[in-house]
Structure formats: structure tokens, C-alpha cells
Design a protein around this ligand. Structure first.
Ligand code: SAM
Length: 374
């Protein structure tokens, strides 16, 4: 049976699995993601629209044994590329290669590109062009243990790009990661949520999307699946309407953030407005240590600055004062969480974490530390 592969950041597989189960899909574990039995194109549309923690939804076109570049070229010519390239769309190939002989992934993508162009040239007398920035057809090449799979990337741009962020502050969290951290904590939208170092507002916007049961894909204009020969706009619109009908209104005054940098405050406000959530999200400019939050929170989540250099006294003090904020400025019983890549700083929080999740964020092993506050 054909299976979709849904990729995610390493460590987020259990959260992605939970999302799939809640949507009614079974799955098996893979390398950097999960396999889901393919049902139909409507399922592909739904997954792209609804999943909060996925990176891409890949639809395999061909899998084959790949010992060297000759196998790769031959295997790649076996796909009926005429179906996908009749209108000569631009394309790009995203390679992920783990192979003892084929060590240059860009070279592997080049071999597949040549196979596609040669086959199209034979049939149409023309070669499609590569466009790495904004391809119409996005393909994915995965080689592992001498097994190659070429897939149609039905997401196109990775799904963490929701469409609400036009500009980012310093070190913004990936949207899918922020959503995953909230889901890992079991956030459903009931609590009074505050991010005291909110940066460009990623936790706030993802929390409001979860609370209002808004599928993150509804904010996006384009998906790779639009260029698939079996794409049906009629069914896409039906699935979109169905997904949209799940949305619920949320009360104002439940989600807020504090940010010290005025320019970043503007970025966060613009993103919240773009996500049509500016009434539901309050962003206050100032230092969390001395501004009043609009409510006393019982759910605090923050991704304070952590840098990769050796932390100085000011960094330690910031973490200590974040710990004090959790202890003193929350409505008990409350829950708190800090997401950081610096364990030494995390210790300065001065609270005992009830749970620790290890998540690799951009090559840095980060921790989500959860605290119960009584
Ligand atoms: C790592 S960034 C947060 C990124 C954020 N999660 C996002 O996705 O954009 C940390 C933020 O904390 C802010 N910050 C640092 N100290 C602060 C303080 N004392 N009060 C409020 N904000 C502070 C910084 O200006 C920065 O924007």
C-alpha cells in the first residue's frame, strides 16, 4: 500500500503522532517523521491544512535500490514525469542523502534533475527549468541504506511557514516548534497564557490558533499540491470549508505577551494582525520585571535569550528573575515552561522541573522544562 511520509523536526514525532491519531489516521515511525497510509487526495489536503507540527507531507512517486549514480539516474527516469511536466512548470529537488558512496546531496539532486530533463526532452522536445526560490513543482529525494525514494512534496514551502510572519525578531522560534511545545504541555486554550519574553509572538499566535481550533494552513496561500496533475480545486475548497467549520471563537484577554524591544513589539503585532488574531492577543512593550501583565496568568511559557556564548551575570540574573516571575506572578495552581538551549542558565530559574523534553532546534540540543507552580 502507498504511504505518505510526513516529516517533522527530530524529537517532535510523538507530538505529530498524537495529532495524526486525533485526526483519525494511523501511522508508523520513520526516520525524521512518520508514515501514514495514503487514502486519497482529500486526505493530503487535510493533512497540509491541519497539521501544526509537521514540516512536509511527501507523496512517494518511486522507490528503488540505489548503489551508485547509475542506479540513481536509471531509477529517476522510471517516473512518468510527462504527467507532472506537461505544462513545463519550474521545479526544484530537495535532497536528503545518507549513503556511503553518494556523499554530495546536491550532486544527487543534479542526477535526478538530469533524468527528469532528459525524459521530458525525449517526450516534449523541451526541458523544464529549475527554480530554487519559488518552484511550481517541489520534489524530494531521500536516500538511506541504498534505498532511494523520490516524492512529490505536496507542501511546497515547509509547513512551518504559516504566512503570518512577514518579518522576524532575533532568533524567532519555528512556528511548528512553538505549536509542538504547546501541544507537548497539553495546552488546549482554557488557561490564561502569558509569554514574558514574547519576541515576534510565535507562542502567542500558535496558542491562539490552537485555542480557536484554527488549522494553521488556512492562513497560507499556496501548497505544492496545487501543481499535482490530480489536484482538484473543487475538492480542495470542500476540504478547506470543512476544516474552517471547526473554528471556534475565543474570549479576549486570555493570551498576552511582554517584549522589551519596541521594534520587535511592532513585528509581533503585525504578525498577530496578519493571522487575524490581534483582538485575541495582547502585546505589551516593556520589561517583564517591571510592567503589569493584563491578567494574572496560570500558564507561562517563554523562550528567553540564550545565545551560544558563555552566559554572563546579566543572563543569569534574567533567568533567576524569570524563575521569580513564575513563583510570584502566577495564579496558583499554575503551569510554567522555559524553552532554552543553555542548561547552565536553566539552572538559574531556581525551580525543580517536573518534566524535561529534549528537542534539537537548529543543531542545538534544547530543553523544554515544565514546572508545576503551587
Ligand atoms: C529568543 S527571543 C524570543 C523569540 C520568540 N519566542 C519568537 O518566536 O520570536 C527572546 C526575546 O526576549 C526579549 N527579552 C529579553 N529580556 C527581556 C525582558 N527582561 N523583558 C521582556 N522581554 C525581554 C528579547 O528582546 C527577545 O525578543
Amino acid at each position: 500500500m502507498k504511504e505518505l511520509f510526513i516529516s517533522c523536526l527530530p524529537g517532535l514525532e510523538p507530538v505529530l503522532g498524537k495529532e495524526l491519531t486525533e485526526l483519525g489516521y494511523s501511522f508508523t515511525e520513520g526516520f525524521g517523521g512518520l508514515y501514514v497510509p495514503f487514502i486519497d487526495m482529500a486526505q493530503v489536503y487535510r493533512l497540509n491544512l491541519e497539521l501544526r507540527t509537521a514540516s512536509r507531507v511527501l507523496l512517494p512517486l518511486h522507490s528503488f535500490r540505489c548503489r551508485d549514480k547509475v542506479d540513481l539516474y536509471k531509477g529517476a527516469t522510471k517516473v512518468e514525469w510527462e504527467r507532472y511536466f506537461e505544462k513545463m512548470p519550474t521545479f526544484a529537488i530537495d535532497p536528503v542523502v545518507h549513503h556511503k558512496n553518494l556523499i554530495n546531496s546536491l550532486y544527487c539532486a543534479q542526477v535526478v534533475k538530469d533524468a527528469i530533463c532528459d525524459r521530458c526532452n525525449t517526450t516534449f522536445g523541451q526541458r523544464p527549468s529549475v527554480d530554487r526560490e519559488a518552484p511550481e513543482v517541489s520534489l524530494h529525494l531521500f536516500i538511506f541504506n541504498e534505498q532511494a525514494t523520490i516524492s512529490f512534496d505536496t507542501s511546497g514551502l515547509p509547513l512551518h511557514i504559516r504566512g503570518y510572519r512577514l518579518e522576524a525578531g532575533k532568533a524567532p522560534l519555528r512556528e511548528s516548534l512553538a505549536a509542538a511545545l504547546l501541544l507537548l504541555m497539553g495546552y488546549t486554550g482554557e488557561e490564561y497564557l502569558l509569554d514574558p519574553c514574547c519576541g515576534s509572538g510565535t507562542f502567542l499566535i500558535e496558542a491562539a490558533l490552537i485555542a480557536s481550533k484554527t488549522a494553521p494552513g488556512l492562513l497560507r496561500g499556496r501548497f505544492g499540491i496545487f501543481s499535482h496533475p490530480e489536484f482538484s480545486n473543487k475538492i480542495w475548497q470542500q476540504v478547506r470549508r470543512d476544516v474552517e467549520s471547526k473554528r471556534i471563537g475565543i474570549a479576549e484577554g486570555h493570551i498576552a505577551g511582554i517584549e522589551a524591544n519596541p521594534r520587535v513589539v511592532e513585528i509581533a503585532k503585525t504578525a498577530a494582525a496578519k493571522a487575524l488574531l490581534n483582538r485575541e492577543i495582547t502585546i505589551i512593550e516593556g520589561d517583564f520585571r517591571n510592567v503589569e501583565a493584563p491578567f494574572t496568568p496560570n500558564f507561562v511559557i517563554a523562550n528567553p535569550p540564550y545565545g551560544v556564548r558563555l552566559p554572563g551575570a546579566n543572563d543569569r540574573l534574567l533567568y533567576k528573575e524569570l524563575g521569580d516571575f513564575l513563583k510570584r506572578k502566577t495564579l496558583k495552581p499554575a503551569r510554567g515552561a522555559i524553552f532554552t538551549g543553555n542548561l547552565e542558565l536553566a539552572k538559574c530559574i531556581g525551580l525543580h522541573a517536573k518534566k524535561r523534553h529534549v528537542i534539537n532546534n537548529g543543531g542545538i540540543d534544547c530543553r523544554l522544562l515544565e514546572y508545576d507552580l503551587y
